[in-house]
Design a protein around this ligand. Structure first.
Ligand code: ADP
Ligand code: GLC
Length: 472
């Protein structure tokens, strides 16, 4: 089967979060299953672009409304990622360093999608599946069905995977002329609440919709930033497939970014060496349990609760734990955390920014990983933590609910709480300290157990293939 993944992110080319990890891994595992999987994404000016070899495979032109644009498509020459990788360049729109966050993101991603569909429409054969990820690729199923110039693509099955329904890419109807001429009777395929909503459009027009965990699929029906009714209407074509992790990249026994690699048998010594590196670097006490947070400092991740939850934990538990935070996002939260580094020096430290190497070291050197997320469609961090023998402390939501059980329950191996609140976090930190200090045997068992859990992509990659097959 030939599968084309269309995405705004793909690790290691460009990654802002879990979407990048998934699109960097899933196609590789589909290739291992004997299929042809290709990824097409924008050509941002990232390091990966300049340090690899490329060949030009196509040049074309299209219109974004009245504006004509030229695009070119290049392919990575050496199959470095284990699948064919294509980048779309559009001068003036995609030739930037960052993935998101520009005022003209609507124009950038709309023209990207038009270029992708235009390119596929020029192929001498048809791919078996076009698999689009999130709203940045969400207009593609509509365009393939209803833009006159792409009509011959209408019989290619499309699949949408929703990684995060909080972001929908809405634009005003005044931008409807951006798309190549389309059947005006079909305007409902673009509309949600009187605006063009690329995510809603993909839910309506894709042949099948998947979400990245089972629980998140349920939650979308009552909490999806305005799309609740849509998910209720369309539930018949939606299915949850839990993400996997790339076991080759995330392997504590081989990870080149660790101070010391380790396996289940050497977990104590290995983690201690990595913890020492972190504690030395960030001025923390190695004798105390180290609780880390890695992620975007935004409301979805409940990062706004961190400053109060951390100070309350330090007070209430008599300073018997240390915190290390890696992330960036809302400036207010960044500022508060930076202030705390001085106030609670020796108890907390924060690295504001993005650092792949530090994140690996933290998964390995931490005792606990905190994820108080308000919304977590899947969450990869907790799965990395499990593989690295780090006990996850998570809120009972979305993919966190599907991957972590509480140690108070039968064969539980993590800490779970219900509310995104300072109190729940503080209480859970207390349970973590107790586990670390007084329940060494259980702690050892939990580590061993969680490191053996198989969250690799092998089975999830096959589940996607089964979805595609059901559409043929
Ligand atoms: P989301 O995609 O919602 O941000 P996920 O849990 O799916 O959440 O994935 C987050 C990914 O991004 C993980 O690979 C995590 O290690 C990584 N990550 C997040 N923030 C940072 C950061 N500041 N530095 C390095 N890696 C980060
Ligand atoms: C999104 C979600 C996250 C998920 C990731 C990969 O960014 O917020 O929960 O793990 O996509 O699917």
């Amino acid at each position: 089967m030939e599968i084309i993944h269309v995405s705004a992110e793909c690790y290691p080319v460009a990654k802002a979060g879990g979407l990048g990890d998934v699109v960097g891994a899933l196609p590789k595992y589909q290739v291992k299953l004997g299929h042809i999987a290709k990824v097409i994404m924008p050509m941002y000016r990232t390091k990966f672009l300049y340090t690899n070899e490329w060949e030009l495979v196509h040049e074309g032109g299209q219109n974004l409304g009245p504006h004509w644009f030229h695009y070119s498509i290049i392919k990575e020459k050496t199959n470095k990622l284990g699948f064919d990788l294509f980048l779309v360049d559009i001068n003036g729109l995609l030739d930037r360093e960052k993935i998101y966050g520009y005022n003209d993101d609507t124009e950038r991603f709309t023209s990207f999608q038009i270029a992708v569909v235009d390119w596929i429409s020029k192929w001498s054969h048809k791919p078996d599946i076009v698999h689009v990820h999130d709203h940045q690729a969400g207009l593609i199923p509509f365009m393939m069905k209803h833009c006159f110039v792409f009509n011959h693509l209408a019989d290619i099955p499309t699949v949408l995977t929703i990684h995060n329904a909080q972001y929908q890419g809405q634009m005003g109807w005044d931008k409807s002329y951006y798309l190549p001429s389309w059947d005006r009777w079909k305007w409902g395929g673009l509309d949600w609440n009187n605006s063009i909503n690329p995510l809603a459009s993909a839910v309506k027009c894709a042949w099948k919709v998947t979400t990245v965990s089972w629980s998140y699929l349920d939650e979308l029906k009552y909490m999806s930033a305005g799309l609740e009714n849509l998910f209720e209407y369309e539930k018949g074509k939606c299915v949850g497939i839990l993400n996997g992790i790339d076991n080759e990249v995330w392997d504590p026994s081989k990870d080149p970014l660790l101070k010391q690699t380790y396996s289940k048998l050497t977990v104590d010594i290995g983690k201690q060496a990595n913890k020492k590196e972190l504690c030395d670097r960030f001025g923390l006490d190695i004798e105390k349990p180290l609780i880390v947070f890695i992620g975007r400092l935004v409301g979805e991740k409940a990062a706004d609760l961190l400053p109060d939850a951390i100070s309350s934990s330090i007070y209430q538990h008599h300073g018997n734990c240390c915190f290390l935070i890696l992330g960036s996002g809302e400036t207010a939260v960044e500022g508060e955390l930076a202030d705390m580094n001085n106030r609670f020096s020796g108890y907390i430290n924060t690295y504001i920014g993005y650092s792949e190497p530090l994140s690996h070291l933290m998964y390995a050197g931490a005792d606990f990983l905190l994820m108080p997320s308000r919304v977590e469609p899947c969450g990869l961090n907790q799965m990395y933590a499990l593989r690295y023998g780090t006990v996850p402390i998570v809120r009972n939501t979305g993919g966190l609910r599907d991957t972590v059980t509480d140690f108070g329950d039968w064969q539980g191996f993590g800490i779970r709480f219900d509310n995104a609140s300072v109190w729940d976090i503080t209480y859970s930190v207390g349970r973590a300290i107790d586990l670390y200090t007084n329940k060494k045997e259980l702690w050892d068992w939990m580590r061993g157990y969680m490191m053996d859990i198989d969250h690799s992509w092998d089975s999830a990659a096959q589940e996607y293939i089964d979805v595609y097959t059901s559409l043929k």
